[in-house]
Ligand binder design. Structure first.
Ligand code: PLP
Length: 424
């Protein structure tokens, strides 16, 4: 058990941090009440705080660490790159090589551009979709999260939902007037919205599996129908695979479900844990990007050599080791046992997820944002704290996905499931 006393160094750090960094954290999802633990190091499946407490980590930096923390293969690739310098401001062979690999896994991607975050990727993809089509409106899914840029911060998932602030101050209403919302898993509502706005609609952007209010999985046929609808109405379909890309399969959710969108955004895993974002699509769309075309996009750190080297290393290793077979079966196992636990205890909870993503919802299984909001988020938070005190670090919100990595051992998983049994 981890007691208050053993979090003393984190508490002290928080007192200082909150005078320097708003809320004491660099991103709102990290704000655990009364204070977060401050991390000293992480290795494999474990994360360790300033007081020396060790937790089995299912947050995994919110998704990137598919191989676990501090993986030697990625570390070696970064070290080798450090010897050659880590920022040039000029093109490199590394980015060409990583681009070739990524395009090889994603049939939707003929060409791509590297950026530094998923936020930049979706912001640029939407600008490009608008530039390409000459139309301004786009549809996002209620509870879908595409980063923290102005146009998408409407009914956004992740921290925006956890904190009960679906919208943000500081965004002029004019900036979101072209952002339309449709509920997930409701093809009728989507059809109506698409048909009504067809002439002004550039794109539909969607997380194929909602990861920031879930995981919430697509009902059978939903993504197929959406693909059909967007094609019939000449509207671009953008899959935001910042979470699902390289997580569900090497080719992401589009490989898993067999659907080819017009554009794709990636991030997280593809940089091996270093900052990265990717947006890509068909050549005719991507050629619209500056300097080939008139849609502007740029970044000092884009294609950063260490991120590229780490990305190449992680993708090669994942392919060689057939990582998805391993992590996805861990996910299947965890969900199966959690389902038994929930049933045995007679709880009104639901176990959700797919591949290596899982979650217990404190309520009925949600199929969209409105249903997810009905879950008992306070109850979940109390459970989160009990788990943390038992050495298990889950994301600190009902609305964030748990991830399992290749580094989680059988022993880790059994300990985790025992703590679920005791703490639910
Ligand atoms: N898109 C999705 C689906 C995400 O989950 C996230 C972040 O969690 C983003 C975009 C934004 O990525 P980043 O945090 O790298 O800016």
């Amino acid at each position: 058990m981890i007691s208050e006393v053993t979090l003393e160094k984190s508490r002290q750090m928080y007192e200082k941090a909150k005078t320097l960094i708003p809320g004491g954290v660099s991103s709102p999802v990290r704000a655990i009440k009364p204070y977060p633990f401050y991390t000293a190091s992480a290795n494999g499946s474990k994360i360790r705080d300033l007081d020396g407490n060790e937790y089995i980590d299912y947050c995994l930096a919110y998704g990137p660490a598919l191989l676990g923390h501090n993986h030697p293969v990625i570390k070696e690739a970064i070290k080798a790159q450090l010897d050659k310098g880590w920022l040039y401001g000029t093109p490199t062979e590394l980015e060409v090589n990583l681009a070739e690999k990524v395009a090889g896994y994603y049939p939707s991607i003929d060409m791509l551009r590297f950026v530094s975050t998923g936020t930049e990727a979706t912001m640029s993809a939407l600008r490009l979709a608008r530039g390409f089509t000459g139309r301004n409106k786009f549809i996002k899914i209620e509870g879908g999260f595409h980063g923290a840029h102005d146009a998408v911060l409407v009914k956004a998932g992740s921290g925006a939902t956890t904190l009960g602030e679906p919208d943000s101050l500081g965004i002029p209403a004019d900036f979101t007037k072209y952002t339309l919302q449709a509920p997930y898993n409701d093809i009728e509502a989507m059809t109506e919205l698409v048909e009504k706005n067809r002439d002004e609609l550039a794109a539909v952007i969607i997380e194929p599996v909602l990861g920031n209010i879930g995981p919430i999985t697509p009902l059978p046929g939903y993504l197929e129908e959406l693909r059909k609808l967007t094609l019939e109405n000449d509207v671009l379909l953008i899959f935001d695979e910042v979470i699902t890309g390289f997580r569900l399969a090497m080719g992401g959710a589009q490989e898993y479900f067999g659907i080819v969108p017009d554009m794709t955004t990636l991030g997280k895993i593809v940089g091996g844990g270093l900052p990265i974002g990717v947006f890509g699509g068909k050549s005719e769309i991507m050629e619209m990007i500056s300097p080939s075309g008139p849609v502007y996009q740029a970044g000092t750190f884009s294609g950063s050599p260490c991120s590229m080297a780490a990305g190449i290393a992680v993708l090669d290793y994942m392919e060689q080791e057939k990582i998805h077979e391993k992590v996805n079966s861990k996910g299947d196992y965890i969900r199966a046992v959690l389902t038994e636990i929930v049933e045995d205890e007679g709880l009104d909870y639901s176990v959700c997820g797919i591949a290596s993503m899982f979650k217990i919802f404190f309520g009925a299984e949600p199929h969209n944002y409105q249903e997810a909001l009905k879950c008992d988020k306070e109850g979940y938070l109390a459970f989160f704290h009990r788990m943390l005190a038992s050495g298990i670090f889950l994301p600190p919100s009902q609305f964030e996905t748990n991830f399992v990595s290749a580094a989680h051992s059988e022993e880790d998983i059994e300990k985790t499931l025992k703590e679920y049994t005791e703490n639910l």
